[in-house]
Ligand binder design. Structure first.
Ligand code: HEM
Length: 226
């Protein structure tokens, strides 16, 4: 057998291993993102939530949404520092899962807690600054998520696309303020999250981003609030 045949066989085997690893990684990412929701449903079913299950569920979905949002924000800095452009593929699912938990969080608040009473909801949003901040963050996340879906019509324009993709950068500090204000206690998690978000946003400073980008084989997409 010729040498090139061995070369091709090992190349194909390497490719298959890489593909299998990619599939396992993607499955792991989906499973890990859905695990907090499964655990919440299980705890509810097993009666393991606190004496105020709605507050429990609101807090847990809010915390998961924030954690996933921070992970999504960490992808671009990780790519810039490590040079591994392939990591970019996890940004979209992480962002969309953050949006899923934020939507469930809002659903619990508006439907389970306030019973879709529009008068009460309007009062809550107008009178409680933390709720208004949460709503602003939700709208920004919604804009980013909408333009991240494949079916987004290109005729809506590049400028709107860029703006909506960057909206997530403003949403993260708003969510931090919202959660701090809602819970009214500064915990070590809040401090750590705030420091982490500030650190991750530094990588969006154009001069630093450009300098790090020079080390990549090709630049990251300009719209990038990945
Ligand atoms: C209209 C939009 C929103 C409303 C009305 C809302 C409502 C609330 C409420 C009522 C709480 C306090 C729960 C409690 O202690 O009883 C809370 C906490 C929280 N929310 Fe929201 N929220 C909104 C949007 C968001 C969004 C978009 C996110 C994240 C992406 C988020 C993340 C959080 C976090 C992290 C907490 C603190 C949980 C904790 O540390 O215990 N919220 N929210």
């Amino acid at each position: 057998m010729r040498a090139w045949t061995f070369g091709r066989t090992s190349e194909a085997a390497g490719l298959r291993t890489k593909q299998a690893f990619g599939t396992a990684f993607r499955l792991g990412l989906h499973a890990a993102s859905l695990a907090p929701l499964a655990l919440l449903l299980y705890d509810d079913w097993a009666g393991r939530l606190s004496f105020n299950p709605i507050e429990d569920a609101t807090r847990r979905t809010g915390q998961t949404a924030l954690a996933l949002l921070i992970l999504a924000l960490a992808v671009t800095p990780l790519v810039l520092v490590s040079g591994r452009r392939s990591l970019m593929t996890v940004a979209r699912p992480l962002g969309l899962y953050a949006m899923l938990y934020a939507s469930i969080h809002l659903f619990i608040f508006a439907v389970l807690d306030y019973g879709v009473r529009l008068d009460l909801l309007r009062e809550a949003v107008l009178e409680k600054p933390y709720a208004l901040m949460g709503l602003a963050a939700f709208v920004l996340l919604l804009a980013t998520a909408a333009t991240s879906l494949r079916g987004w019509p290109p005729w809506l324009g590049r400028r709107w696309w860029r703006w909506s993709q960057r909206a997530v950068l403003a949403a993260a500090p708003l969510v931090l303020l919202h959660s701090l204000w809602a819970v009214k206690v500064i915990t070590s998690t809040h401090v750590a999250y705030t420091a982490l978000v500030a650190f991750l946003l530094v990588f969006r400073v154009p001069s630093l981003r450009r300098r790090l980008e020079r080390r990549l084989s090709e630049p990251l997409p300009r719209e990038g609030a990945e």
